[in-house]
Design a binder for this molecule. Structure first.
Ligand code: MLT
Ligand code: MN
Ligand code: ZN
Length: 306
């Protein structure tokens, strides 16, 4: 099984168009050692020669496809390496890229949970708009953990786990989360049994999530914020990371402590990094701390083969 990181940043990307934080300004000026990142998406295939499942449709999808020859047309006049799309939630950074796939010749196979389907047909009716173009062939993601496969992507089984995080701000149930607003995904290579757990939005510690993380060979988890008050301290928002569904890395009960408790053999990768997060600066003490703990920071173009 191969996983390619198409976009490792959280909503807004890095640098963010209107942001002058130390990271964004430093990257533009060339004074901070860091790499630009597009918004959150990965793709997975049973092996690198086959078609891919796109996991999340980022607003940056066209740029991401331009950077990934494996997703480009090469067999027919109109063609794609993307066999189907799965959404982890209905957030803008994970769903609006669907508009960019509208030229597809047939309905786009789309896996999502019921609450995400509802949000994308009501609160933010992307799927209704898409009906005027390619339309989608919607498949329900089961929330009981039962394994499923994406048609056209042999060799990989998927299994979802509802997570405590947040529905998108436009969702009618933003403040009353329901199961399936946000999921974590286990990707299993059917021939080797090796597993990756992927959760770009993970709001709090949970023993069930912990068990699934322990069973994985590699975890790719929420790297949005270093501190809970990061957006407040930098003057960008009044909200903590936890209150918008993102567990910070540092401090007691933070993601780093959680990752430390996993087996030493588990590969640990942070993904969905907000542009304010000091770990993006490769010379920062926070980045050095991650390195000491054996935790990697995902980047666009990163390939994980299991
Ligand atoms: C989030 O996960 O909270 C987002 O990245 C928000 C957004 O898309 O702006
Ligand atoms: Mn996001
Ligand atoms: Zn910024």
């Amino acid at each position: 099984m191969q996983i390619r990181v198409l976009g490792a940043a959280a909503g807004g990307g890095f640098p963010q168009w209107n942001c002058n934080c130390a990271n964004c300004a430093g990257l533009r000026a060339g004074t901070v050692r860091a790499h630009a990142r597009t918004q959150s998406s990965i793709c997975v295939a049973g092996d690198a020669g086959r078609d891919w499942a796109l996991i999340n449709a980022s607003p940056d999808i066209l740029e991401q496809i331009r950077a990934a020859p494996v997703l480009q047309p090469n067999r027919a006049a109109r063609d794609t390496g993307i066999a189907g799309v799965l959404l982890m939630d209905g957030q803008v950074d994970h769903s609006t890229g669907l508009f960019m796939l509208r030229e597809r010749g047939q309905k786009l196979p789309l896996w999502c949970t019921d609450p995400v389907f509802e949000d994308l047909t009501q609160g933010n009716p992307i799927l209704r708009v898409l009906e005027h173009y390619c339309g989608v062939d919607r498949r329900a993601v089961p929330l009981d953990g039962s394994p499923f496969m994406i048609d056209g992507v042999p060799g990989v089984s998927l299994s979802a786990l509802p997570l405590a995080s947040k529905a998108a701000p436009y969702s009618p149930h933003r403040e009353q989360s329901v199961a399936g607003d946000n999921i974590g995904l286990t990707l299993t290579d059917n021939s080797t049994g090796r597993r990756v757990f992927y959760a770009p939005g993970l709001g709090k510690y949970d023993p069930q999530v912990d068990a699934v993380m322990r069973a994985a060979d590699c975890v790719m988890v929420d790297g949005t914020f270093w501190t809970d008050d990061e957006m407040i301290a930098q003057g960008f928002s009044q909200k903590t990371g936890r209150s918008i569904g993102h567990l910070p890395q540092s401090g007691p009960g933070g993601m780093l402590e959680w990752l430390d408790s996993l087996p030493a053999t588990t590969r640990k990768v942070l993904i969905h990094i907000n542009n304010t997060n000091p770990i993006l600066d490769e010379d920062s003490p926070q980045r050095a701390e991650l390195t000491r703990h054996g935790v990697e920071v995902a980047y666009d173009g990163m390939v994980i083969t299991l």
